[in-house]
Design a protein around this ligand. Structure first.
Ligand code: MCA
Ligand code: AMP
Length: 467
């Protein structure tokens, strides 16, 4: 079956199958427009796409996938350091972008292939091997620059089919969300999901509560920050009463937000858990209970276990590292055999780095992360090391330690502790923003005389994270 099976086979010419902000295409138009992009990509192995929330991004990604290329979404707000790393490391051969778009100032920009929404082609491109790479998604580790997670077409298909089963997701649905199109949540679930499973899609541009409220969908996706903002806007929350299913993921959904939406919207939100490297692995079901603070049961084809520090499996309810295996796992990190080896056990399980419990009934609870060096802010994953490296590039900074501290809206905020001379907080925040994505900017910079260190000289980040 083709990866984008619904799109590949649909003869539906009704307008608004896929709507991004206020522009839309029918299924037939989307296929023909993307086929025209794919026609231009013959023989190209990897394509980069500046992933703005736009129809052009959808057409570019679909064009790349129809052509059998690996698609590398680039965050549109990535600063030059992060962007150039992604373009160089991925080996993208072309940049798919609307005329006049792209990265004029990037030294390594590959040649541009224009994405033109007025073009049409009726070429039927042969379906690539399911083992071929669909996406290379750049994601932060605890240290260094983001790594490219290589995701096969087979893994994407397995994830979406598992979610169709868990959420009873069908062509009768109308999916609404406003998530960024360069991560698993917004791109794999939020765009490729409808194109495989046949639901219509309305991406609302930015995920503001009033836009979710006005969209009249049946199925809604959001990160906890979005659900929390909707819970704080009771009229918007009440407007979701007519929906079929609300889903939260990418970070822990606070229990008061779950309760507020149960009250205002009449929905117990279905929470699900995943990672860039594993896609979505555990979820509550549309036909089952939803319990606050828990993320549900493994999806079809996924197995999980909780292990202790020696790697030995633990009994029900014991807390340890969650490990997963199954059809949705990535193929590895691009050019990073070291990180790859470290991410898997000898017997083939992926180490998530998340601390979890699994109850006797199989329900999973995510307790937190094993290390303090991965921060989740607004659902974005941010490596402390990458922000520290950016700060250390400033001539006035002698030492820097970055931690996630509690934030009522974002879950965690990026907080930087800096030792240096003649520094100003705003200047350091701008300095990071000029290199990395906007959401990686510290929200707060604390100028200190020294960082707390243990007897070995290692920075005691747990003391800093406590504030
Ligand atoms: C941000 N701003 C700042 C700073 N940071 N200003 C000064 N200093 C800073 N340090 C600016 C922003 O640019 C923005 O400006 C304004 O402040 C508000 O920013 P923010 O509070 O961040 O709100 P937001 O822009 O509305 O974003 C919140 C959000 C966003 C919409 C929830 O964080 C988001 O889209 N998150 C989704 C992340 C995601 O998709 N993760 C999935 C990963 P201005 O208003 O001028 O622009 S995939 C995954 O995790 C797995 C697979 C899974 O399970 O899904
Ligand atoms: P990312 O690679 O950006 O996809 O981030 C993956 C991480 O997000 C996981 O390792 C978890 O720490 C976190 N995460 C995703 N979904 C949930 C959830 N429902 N509850 C708690 N944490 C989550």
């Amino acid at each position: 079956m083709p990866l984008l099976s619904w799109l590949s086979e649909s003869t539906d010419e009704r307008p608004e199958a896929v709507r991004i902000d206020d522009r839309s295409l029918s299924w037939v138009e989307l296929r023909a427009t993307a086929a025209a992009v794919a026609d231009d990509l013959r023989g190209v192995g990897r394509v980069a796409v500046p992933a703005t929330p736009s129809l052009e991004t959808v057409v570019a990604v679909v064009g790349g996938l129809l052509a059998g290329a690996a698609v590398v979404p680039v965050p549109p707000d990535a600063g030059p350091v992060e962007r150039d790393h992604i373009l160089r490391d991925s080996g993208a051969e072309v940049l798919l972008t609307p005329a006049g778009g792209g990265f004029a100032d990037a030294p390594t920009t590959p040649p541009a292939v224009p994405v033109d929404l007025t073009r049409r082609s009726d070429t039927r491109h042969p379906e690539p091997d399911p083992a071929a790479t669909a996406l290379i998604l750049y994601t932060s580790g605890t240290t260094g620059a983001p790594k490219g997670a290589v995701l096969s077409r087979r893994a994407v298909a397995a994830c979406l089919d598992g979610l169709a089963d868990a959420w009873a997701w069908t062509p009768d649905d109308r999916l609404v969300h406003g998530l960024p199109l360069f991560h698993v949540h917004g791109l794999v679930l939020g765009v490729l999901g409808p194109l495989r499973l046949g639901s219509r899609l309305h991406h609302v541009g930015r995920p503001r509560p009033e836009r979710y409220a006005a969209a009249a969908g049946s199925l809604y996706f959001g990160v906890p920050t979005i659900w929390s903002r909707i819970a704080a806007a009771p009229d918007a929350a009440r407007a979701l009463r007519g929906a079929r299913l609300l889903v939260s993921g990418s970070a822990a959904l606070p229990e008061p937000v779950f309760a507020a939406l149960a009250d205002l919207a009449g929905h117990r939100i279905a929470e699900r858990y995943g990672m860039t490297e594993t896609l979505i692995t555990v979820s509550a079901r549309a036909d089952g209970p939803r319990r606050p603070g828990t993320v549900g049961l493994p999806l079809p084809g996924v197995r999980t276990r909780v292990v202790d520090e020696q790697g030995d499996p633990l009994p029900a309810d014991a807390m340890g590292e969650l490990q997963v295996r199954g059809d949705t796992l990535f193929d590895g990190y691009l050019h990073r055999p070291d990180a790859d080896a470290a991410s898997r056990t000898a017997d083939g399980w992926f180490r998530t780095g998340d601390v979890a419990t699994v109850g006797p009934d199989g329900w999973h609870r995510i307790v937190g992360r094993a290390a303090t060096d991965l921060i989740k802010s607004g659902g974005y994953r941010i490596g402390a090391g990458e922000v520290e490296d950016a700060l250390l590039g400033h001539p006035g900074v002698r030492e820097a330690a970055v931690v996630g501290t509690p934030h009522p809206d974002l879950g965690q905020q990026v907080t930087a502790y800096v030792v240096g001379d003649g520094l100003r907080e705003a200047e350091l925040i701008d300095f990071v923003a000029r290199q990395l994505s906007v959401h990686k900017r510290p929200r707060q910079v604390r100028l200190v005389d020294a960082l707390p260190r243990n007897a070995m000289g290692k920075v005691q980040k747990n003391l800093l994270a406590e504030g």
